[in-house]
Design a protein around this ligand. Structure first.
Ligand code: SF4
Ligand code: SF4
Length: 149
């Protein structure tokens, strides 16, 4: 299972199709909508976190492509400014993958960048904006490129 973030651009003719629902139903891909800007009869943009096996996610993206949806993979470089962080722990409850957690017995708040999926949920939670995000668009591999773009 892998979790990755994608930017999907929907042509305006597809705004009413239940495509994202089909990702779960037909391809067994779980999704988490991080941002959506979709209005009827307008081109839409959605930032989605997709979780599934590599092959199923690829097939699902291929399915979206058949409707003219363009996909780009996003990686978000998340960093914590340790000088700003005052170890309040507020971010640990929101992180869906345990990349922010409280180490016991020291009660230190740890950020593990290797587990972080870049979902950015911790960014607005932090009262001192210690979690910083710099989104970067990642290139697809040659094989993925053939399927999804
Ligand atoms: S961006 Fe923040 S909330 Fe999301 S996985 Fe990384 S540390 Fe956790
Ligand atoms: S919410 Fe911000 S200040 Fe509090 S532990 Fe997390 S990163 Fe540190």
């Amino acid at each position: 299972m892998a979790t990755r973030i994608y930017i999907l651009r929907f042509p305006k003719e597809t705004s009413s199709e239940p495509m994202i629902y089909q990702l779960v139903k037909q391809y067994d891909v779980e999704f988490n909508i991080l941002k959506a800007d979709i209005l009827p009869q307008r081109e839409g943009v959605m930032i989605l976190e997709l979780k599934g096996t590599k092959d199923r996610v690829k097939e699902g993206l291929g399915y979206l492509k058949s409707f003219g949806v363009k996909a780009e993979r996003m990686a978000a470089a998340i960093n914590r400014d340790d000088e700003k962080c005052f170890q309040c722990g507020a971010c640990t409850g929101i992180c869906p993958v345990g990349a922010l957690y409280i180490k016991r017995p020291s009660m230190e708040v740890i950020f593990d960048p290797d587990k972080c999926t870049g979902c950015s949920l911790c960014v607005p939670i932090c009262p001192v904006r210690a979690m910083e995000v710099s989104p970067i668009v990642e290139a697809f591999t040659e094989e993925e490129e053939k399927i999804v773009t």
